[in-house]
Design a protein around this ligand. Structure first.
Ligand SMILES: [Mg+2]
Length: 323
């Protein structure tokens, strides 16, 4: 049981999880709180090493991402060397306001008891995850990470970088929104995008989204064609006409929602939004993106700095989630 301690009371979680386990004649769980600097990956590795068959994560997308990173890599090494113990299943107890992956899987939000019951007694559903190898340039070595929902390059990722600053300083975002996002120094990115090793296509856009899945409830459906178990990644390009859809999308699914509702004028912007369609014909198991100028990148809402190149591939059915 990996949990984000700022978002859930440990004793309440223990009662819910251990009683659900007891009903199935299973022993109590081991509890691993995440810490700053250790948001879930080490905890997941420790749980696997101790022989866990099920890892339940109580948290948002930022806590789930490091755990699916470890689970997917364990699954891959198991495929190469089948002697390793089986990869644990993943149970999700959504906390906070993000939870895009949980929404995609139609898991109950805001109901600890039901979410725990599904995590303990649900069926395993194998899902795809995305993997990206990022080239940062300079002295920073390449990094490979896994994501469950989507990666964003460009303005999208820049918003996340700024959001984190707001978390630290508590005022940045207010000024940002009040000043009007229209006056943002919005810059175009010129990206060369190659799908399945084909001839690269040059795109001029604000943000490029590489999605493993796309469903969201409400009137936003980013990437209507994207499926979480179809073995392909879907691309969405956000250009000038679509920028509001974009901001709306993140507005709805992040914790900043409460703030945005209080800002005059936002409602009007929200009403102008519509669905964002997947960039036609650009979907595949492998996507390589390069940019002459370093471009911001985020994975499931976590900013990773600026990349010169990012090579994405889908890891089909690499994580089993309890649904
Ligand atoms: Mg897909």
């Amino acid at each position: 049981m990996i949990f984000y301690p700022q978002k859930v009371d440990k004793s309440r979680l223990e009662r819910a999880v251990d009683s659900a386990l007891a009903k199935k004649q299973l022993p109590p769980a081991a509890y691993y709180p995440t810490k700053s600097g250790s948001p879930g990956a080490q905890e997941a590795a420790d749980a696997i090493a101790s022989g866990a068959e099920l890892i339940i994560v109580a948290g948002g997308d930022g806590t789930i991402r490091p755990v699916i990173h470890v689970l997917a890599n364990h699954f891959l090494s198991n495929q190469k060397t089948p002697s390793v113990r089986p990869t644990p299943s993943l149970g999700i107890v959504p906390l906070g306001t993000g939870n895009v992956l949980a929404r995609n899987l139609r898991l109950p939000l805001g109901n600890l008891g039901r979410a725990v019951a599904i995590a303990v007694s649900g069926k395993d559903r194998p899902i795809d995850v995305g993997q990206v190898t990022m080239t940062f340039g300079g002295d920073r070595p390449n990094e490979t990470h896994v994501f469950g929902v989507m990666a964003g390059l460009g303005l999208d990722a820049k918003i996340f970088a700024n959001t984190n600053n707001w978390l630290k300083r508590r005022i940045g975002w207010v000024a940002y929104i009040d000043g009007g996002l229209r006056s943002l120094p919005v810059t175009f990115e010129r990206l060369a995008v190659s799908v399945n090793d084909q001839e690269p296509r040059n795109l001029k856009l604000h943000s490029l989204i590489v999605g493993n899945c796309g469903f969201l409830p409400g009137n936003i459906n980013l990437m209507p064609d994207a499926r979480i178990d179809d073995g392909v990644l879907d691309l969405a390009a956000v250009g000038p006409r679509r920028i509001w859809n974009w901001i709306e999308f993140w507005n709805r699914v992040t914790w900043i929602n409460w703030l945005v509702k209080r800002v005059v004028g936002w409602r009007k912007i929200m009403s102008q939004t519509a669905n964002v369609k997947t960039l036609e014909n650009l979907r595949g198991a492998k996507v390589a993106v390069s940019s002459e100028r370093a471009v911001n990148i985020q994975l499931d809402g976590d900013p990773f700095g600026q990349v010169q190149m990012a090579v994405f591939q889908v890891l089909p059915l690499a994580v089993k989630v309890r649904v």
